[in-house]
Design a protein around this ligand. Structure first.
Ligand code: LLP
Length: 430
């Protein structure tokens, strides 16, 4: 459930008309709903309220400071993968002892900063990383709490680019070496083993792959305990899928996921750590865009909108489906015709939707590209020298621009001409 709905024929985010936002902020822009963020967090947290669990929001899905702050205020911790995300999580008020650090390529300087901040756990993904962390922690006279990420070789049955738990993926330590690596970790200074970590992929819409992975994790936890290790936490990653469209079966509910988790690993009496990203923010955001031109091609009708693949890359990169709603609700009996939604970028891949059945549309109309709260703004770029789209957060009848659209002066000021060009630099280019 989300808080984007038509009121008197116009699409609203909570109590704010998106049409009014378009007039005041300009298009394209991202709009997030506080009530939806809170609702999604609470649904997930409530599903685990009867067990010891930490819900560490996967900040990579949407690292807007106000979004993190909203979730932190609801009780979320953070799963981070970089110094930038560490800084954002701390600045948003996430307590350090609710931050876990994931990722295959943490640098020593990132490790040092996370240790200084006092984070809860490092999820370590390779032997060299383990050694680097041992070196950094022991040189500071500190101990890093470590869970080692295991690659359970399970097919998450999701898009190949977001599947992470197969043997051929770069993530985690291979199943065949994992006990040996725990043995090495136990002998390294500055390393304190606290648990096991796994994450098999994203937008997973079936419980079976999760269950297969978690069963292996439980088996491993028992074996590691037998080997004499302290396994008090299980970090089960993120990955629970969200509904992007109404015409295919809905993914499992958090409560169904939770029931499976408790059945599968509950008997180990570990603290559970979760890293949900998309599930918390995906359907809490839309990308609002204006149709620049309706263009009739030889075989297709194109709506050329002012958002593009640089703003929302998912359709181009993963052939992802995003529902598109006109900001003005169509009459229910109006005939629908197929429309391709494309952006102004000079690539055929700059396409949001192909042959999407739509009511009549005209130049200047506004549309909302739905379910854009996760992996939308965070994956944007300035390709074609387009400014990043601003982000707006709505709370009931209030709104705030929580990341501004950069102006062209700021964009131009980042460019520096080398001294070997003759003559004075042009205004704005220096
Ligand atoms: N934990 C780890 C270690 C991860 O790598 C990820 C996502 C998450 C948690 C959060 O997963 P979620 O709950 O959001 O599924 N850009 C892609 C998704 C990439 C996911 C990367 N890792 C997309 O737009 O679909």
């Amino acid at each position: 459930m989300n808080h984007f709905e038509y009121r008197n024929g116009v699409l609203y985010a909570e109590d704010v008309s998106l049409e009014r936002l378009a007039a005041e902020v300009g298009t394209p822009f991202y709009c997030y709903s506080t009530a939806t963020l809170e609702r999604h967090y609470n649904v997930f947290a409530d599903a685990f309220s009867d067990v010891r669990a930490k819900i560490c929001y996967g900040v990579k899905a949407n690292s807007n400071l106000a979004v993190i702050r909203t979730l932190a205020a609801a009780g979320a911790g953070a799963d981070i993968v970089s110094e930038g995300e560490l800084r954002l999580a701390l600045a948003a008020g996430v307590p350090a002892d609710r931050i876990v650090f994931s990722g295959v390529g943490k640098s020593k300087s990132e490790m040092a900063q996370a240790l200084d901040a006092g984070i809860y756990q490092f999820n370590v993904e390779s032997e060299p990383e383990l050694e680097a962390l041992s070196e950094v922690a022991s040189s500071k006279g500190m101990e890093a709490a470590v869970a080692i990420r295991v690659n359970p070789d399970v097919d998450a049955k999701t898009h190949a680019k977001i599947s992470t738990g197969k043997a051929e993926n770069k993530f985690g330590i291979p199943w065949s070496r994992i006990r040996q690596v725990y043995g090495q970790a136990a002998n390294l200074p500055g390393i304190r083993i606290v648990g096991v970590d796994v994450h098999i992929g994203s937008q997973i819409t079936d419980l079976a792959p999760f269950e297969a992975a978690y069963k292996r994790i439980a088996e491993l936890a028992l074996a590691l305990r037998q080997d004499g290790h302290n396994i008090e936490r299980l970090d089960l990653g993120g990955g629970l899928g969200i509904p992007y469209r109404d015409d295919v079966g809905a993914p499992p509910l958090p409560v169904e996921y939770a029931e499976m988790v408790k059945r599968t690993v509950g008997y180990l009496d570990c603290e559970l750590v979760f890293e949900p990203g998309r599930m918390l923010v995906g359907n809490a955001g839309v990308l609002v865009s204006r149709i620049i031109y309706m263009k009739t091609g030889e075989t297709r009708t194109f709506a050329i909108v002012d958002a593009a693949m640089n703003d929302l890359l998912r359709p181009s990169l993963y052939e992802a489906y995003h529902h598109i709603l006109p900001l003005h609700e169509a009459e229910s009996d109006v005939p629908l015709t197929p429309v391709d939604f494309v952006g102004p970028i000079c690539e055929s891949g700059d396409t949001f939707a192909v042959e999407r059945p739509m009511p009549p549309l005209a130049d200047g109309d506004l549309v909302a590209i739905c379910s854009s709260g996760a992996y939308g703004a965070v994956m944007s770029s300035t390709y074609n020298a387009r400014p990043l789209a601003p982000e707006v957060l709505v709370k009931k009848d209030q709104y705030a621009v929580v990341r501004e659209r950069p102006d062209y002066e700021a964009m131009m000021a980042q460019h520096k001409l080398p001294g070997w060009f003759d003559g004075p630099p042009q205004d704005g280019a220096a």
